[in-house]
Design a protein around this ligand. Structure first.
Ligand SMILES: Nc1ncnc2c1ncn2[C@@H]1O[C@H](COP(=O)(O)OP(=O)(O)OP(=O)(O)O)[C@@H](O)[C@H]1O
Ligand SMILES: [Mg+2]
Length: 276
């Protein structure tokens, strides 16, 4: 990837994956959501998060803070075992925090279950087991719409427009697809709830550089529609190139943070985390 990823000839200008009326009305109609006051803080923030697994497990996160603004892409990078997935799980409510809180559009959602967070506008694609392999592509998308009581056909159509190969393969078992196509199923499934924030844990794991580039293009497209993207990436350099904001996590704490550009230019970050 070269040059400015936000240049106008990148991707298409179709904003149809999201509600045309923009941010704030993306949640599936029919779900019960309190009106959310817009605050001055970031759109989504996991603030000063400290915690680990289970009641007695050691802390994995140590005062970790991760945030993303509306329609922006925030990327978390860092060595294996740094706690990147744990930070994502904490933001999604799969971890009991011992300290810190999670705010979405100014509302404290720290006590909400993951299911409640989905209703609140969060979509999460975990690092592993993120599709139902024995179900068809279309059944996976239908499963994604589980919280919706309204007609989700239009959203499914938008997912197929974003990922045309999924339309072609919609009656095939998802487990028969290539790695990149499976990741498209996983992202598509998460989009079915019309999230305001899409959290992706290593969406390009195990795919070729070309497929990685294509996936990043689609992710940029989704962000352009006003959906915030919070993404963990092993392909740190390429991910930081498309990131508005980047976080380098080291042993469960914030090592470095800044704009994607800043981190790419930072000599320490380059030497320690980007291979020079
Ligand atoms: N379910 C779990 N129960 C207990 N400990 C866990 C669990 N999942 C992860 N850990 C521990 O938490 C620490 C951070 O793991 P985590 O998966 O968050 O790292 P990561 O940065 O996502 O790594 P990777 O790049 O390999 O995906 C590790 O020490 C790991 O062993
Ligand atoms: Mg991980």
């Amino acid at each position: 990837m070269s040059g400015n990823p936000y240049q106008d000839d990148r991707g298409n200008k179709d904003a149809s994956i999201t509600n045309p009326h923009g941010q704030g009305t993306l949640i599936a109609s029919g779900t019960q959501v309190r009106p959310m006051p817009g605050g001055d803080g970031p759109f989504l923030i996991g603030e000063n998060m400290t915690g680990g697994y289970g009641k007695a497990g050691p802390d994995i996160l140590h005062g970790c803070t991760i945030a993303v603004e509306k329609g922006e892409i925030a990327v978390i990078v860092g060595p294996n075992g740094a706690g990147k997935s744990t930070a994502m799980k904490a933001v999604f409510g799969m971890l009991d925090l011992r300290e810190g809180r999670v705010l979405l559009d100014g509302e404290d959602i720290t006590q909400l279950t993951p299911q409640a967070r989905v209703r609140y506008g969060m979509g999460f694609v975990p690092q592993t087991s993120n599709i139902f392999t024995s179900m068809t592509v279309e059944e996976n998308l239908e499963m994604g719409a589980f919280i919706r009581t309204d007609d989700f056909r239009k959203t499914m159509e938008q997912v197929y427009e974003l990922f045309p190969i999924l339309r072609e393969k919609r009656h095939q078992a998802a487990g028969e697809l290539s790695g990149g196509q499976r990741q498209q199923v996983a992202v598509g499934r998460a989009l079915m709830t019309q999230p305001k924030v899409l959290m992706l844990d290593e969406p390009t794991a195990g795919v070729s550089p070309i497929v990685m580039d294509e996936l990043f293009d689609r992710i940029i497209e989704v962000a352009r529609t006003g959906i915030s993207i919070l993404m963990v990436e092993q392909n740190a350099r390429q991910a930081l190139e498309i990131a508005d904001k980047g976080y380098v996590l080291v042993q469960g704490a914030n090592g470095y943070s800044g704009t994607g550009k800043d981190l790419l230019a930072n000599p320490d970050v380059r030497r320690s985390f980007l291979g020079g």
